[in-house]
Design a protein around this ligand. Sequence first.
Ligand code: URA
Length: 429
Amino acid sequence: MRPGQLLDRLRRGDELTPGEIAAVVRGAVSGEWSEAQIGAFLMAVAIRELDVAGSSALTEAMLHSGDVWRLGDEFPSLVDKHSTGGVGDKTSLIIAPLLAACGVPVVMLTGRALGHTGGTADKLESIPGLRLEVDRQRCAELVGDLGVAIGVATRGIAPADKIFYRLRDLTGTVPSLSLVTASILSKKLATGARGIVFDVKTGNGAIFPDLAVGRSLARRMVGVCEELGCAASAVISDMSQPLGSWSGLASEVNESLEVLGGGGEERLRELCLVLAEEAAARVGMAVDRQRLVTALDDGSARRRFVDWAAAQGAEAGWDEHPLPLAPHQQTLRASRAGAVAAIATRELGWILAEAAAGDGASGASLDAGVALRLETRLGDRVDEGDELARLYLRRPDDELVERARRCFEVAEAAAPPPLVHERVPEEVP
Ligand code: URA
């Protein structure tokens, strides 16, 4: 069927068959479909959304538009974890070596910063010498030797997503559940992991702040994974405040090492344990909470991270001292006594992204030393003048500090939010 005919059917409200959806993807990659026609397809999908079967067909076609690594054939218990992103979300850095130290092999192809959310790849690259360009063969070697490989998606993975992503940006069709699901999963499933746990964030720092939308996304991603033969579950976790004590590239590596060594902030550690347990359970590995806690407390998870980093090029001894932070510390203080009632997390993410990007004119890479340290969390009691948070900047910037100060609201009373709001599938009591 010609593109115009197929689009006409979409306009009239017809459902496309999986074969027709695959034809759209093939046409986009081959150039048979013009950008105008692809844009019209994307808009129709964004307005009407696909059902789970349509989402699966789109995901599968995008997945097979490029390289498919099938690492699960060699490592049947291979797992992955994906987060929809937020501020201070460093769980990938902790979960991957933690699971590997417990005998669960992990592969992760991670992304760069997207909008106000920090990218795992950018965080890891603040480790001197570390390289994330790994191909299939190198990933297999790393998983075989150390049980963990972390990289960025190679050019050959899901080329259809690259085409769609650019046109989604141009046509205002980024926040569509069907398109987000296919975009994320076409890259995730390319490695061949047998189990995936999704960390879908909810709250004012999440890409989809609304819990009901997060739930729909979680259900869709889990449903599509299951249809395509990958065991999956999702945890809907809180992003109404930054996760952990630190946000910012190098500072998040430092904090990850703390957690991997048995310390760290309690909510961050707990979420990592929850996600690691879920991931292991997806592939039937009997790794319980106690086993995971032991790997953190006895230092084996931390050692695995350092060994993995060395295998991917990190300079020897980088972990002996914390990675350096930007020198100008600016303190944000409470203007009244009460309880921390709200933190404008998305705005804090943008402030960090702006500060780390510098003037942007030089084209220099991100400033890994820019950081935010939370001294208080939602629900904490404070007195007037108490320190709420501290910014680490390359140079003084009063305007930025004032913007950050306005992100904290202190009220008469407030309660801390739950760490995990829901799970998909739901837990049976
Ligand atoms: N991450 C992706 O890879 N794709 C999306 O559409 C959204 C987040």
